[in-house]
Write a protein that binds this ligand. Structure first.
Ligand code: 2P0
Length: 335
């Protein structure tokens, strides 16, 4: 049993503020890739993580959300209307209900995603972050970024990080109510950094990340090693980013991703998101490194690979992976 409910946290943050009957608002939030991963919760109701994590936001790749009063709750994803019993519709409006009191309107929510579906990237982080930011605008609440982060986290854990651009650290906190569990920008620029997305397989995965992490915590003896692994990797990744030490960053991020996947293998039955293409790609990245190309891989709850490298290696990476989708996290573009 967990003591606190999401509605109590929302009330604590909003106080007297409500969503007006004519609520309408629009916001954009970027997708993010964890360099040090979030894997496992200390409270599944509030999405409080076992460990801290550190990510890079993907600048113009993310989700734009606009909302306006409507006769009934409606969700459009990339112009496609979802049925009211579609799990995505249910999950989104269950979340929005946390913010609605008696007089609050039904809403039409339009989401436009610039994350290529083919990249197999989870879009829930940018979607829930953008929804919270759009609600903040619709209500004229002017919440602080860390309050938006706490609210977005209750929609999806990694959404806490998508409130910000650039490098972001999500603090796990120790409080039961999670008021010290929010993400913050590291306020660091690294214009030469690149993230390459490799879509290897885009079939719907059999085990979602939420179920995957809950199973790992419950079933895998190897999970006991995870908190110590993260303590080491998080400190190293934070320092590497501060010192713009790419080799150190890449090595620690790649090791952290592989360690996370290792914890999953300890489940019964084992949980393995990797496919033969994932392993083949890892070997190719390692082969490039042997040939002097500084590139590192990271993988999330799926078979696709993201490659970290610097601008000077871009042509070598594009040659090795012709389908690589190259993101510049620090490019100054309109989003
Ligand atoms: C991350 N992942 O740090 C890790 C690495 C997947 C692997 O955050 O249950 O969709 O909504 O809190 O945020 C994916 O998990 O899970 C995730 P919930 P979420 O990016």
């Amino acid at each position: 049993m967990f003591a606190l409910k999401k509605t109590e946290i929302v009330q604590k943050i909003l106080g007297e503020r409500v969503l007006p009957t004519d609520a309408s608002g629009e916001a954009y939030a970027p997708a993010n890739i964890a360099l040090c991963k979030y894997w496992g919760k200390r409270d599944p109701e509030l999405n409080l993580p076992v460990n801290g994590s550190l990510s890079i936001s993907l600048q113009e790749r993310g989700t734009r959300v606009s909302m306006a009063p409507s006769e009934r709750d409606t969700l459009l994803i990339n112009d496609e209307l979802l049925a009211a019993d579609d799990p995505k519709h249910v999950r989104l409006f269950d979340f929005i209900d946390l913010f609605r009191v008696d007089s609050a309107p039904a809403l039409r929510v339009d989401t436009q995603s610039s994350i290529p579906i083919a990249a197999g990237l989870a879009s829930s982080a940018s979607a829930f972050a953008a929804v919270v930011m759009a609600l903040d605008r619709a209500g004229g609440w002017n919440l602080f970024a860390r309050e938006l982060s706490i609210l977005a986290r209750m929609g999806s854990g990694s959404a806490s990080r998508s409130i910000y651009h650039g490098f972001v650290e999500w603090h796990p906190g120790v409080l039961e109510n999670g008021m010290d569990c929010f993400a913050e920008s590291l306020y660091l620029q690294w214009p030469e950094l690149r993230v390459g997305l490799l879509a290897l397989n885009t079939d719907t995965k059999k085990v979602g990340s939420r179920e995957g992490m809950n199973r790992t915590v419950r079933e895998s003896v190897l999970y006991q090693c995870w908190p110590d692994t993260v303590s080491r990797d998080l400190a190293e990744i934070r320092t590497a980013v501060q010192e713009r030490d790419f080799t150190r960053l890449g090595a620690a991020a790649e090791s952290n991703a592989c360690s996370m996947h290792a914890t999953m293998l300890g489940c019964r039955p084992p949980l393995l998101y990797w496919l033969p293409e994932t392993v083949e790609t890892l070997h190719r990245v390692w082969g490039l490194r042997n040939d002097g190309v500084s590139a590192y891989a990271t993988m999330d709850a799926g078979p696709n690979v993201k490659v970290l490298f610097l601008e000077r290696e871009e042509s070598a990476l594009r040659e090795a992976f012709p389908l690589l989708d190259v993101i510049q996290p620090f490019a100054s573009v309109e989003v």
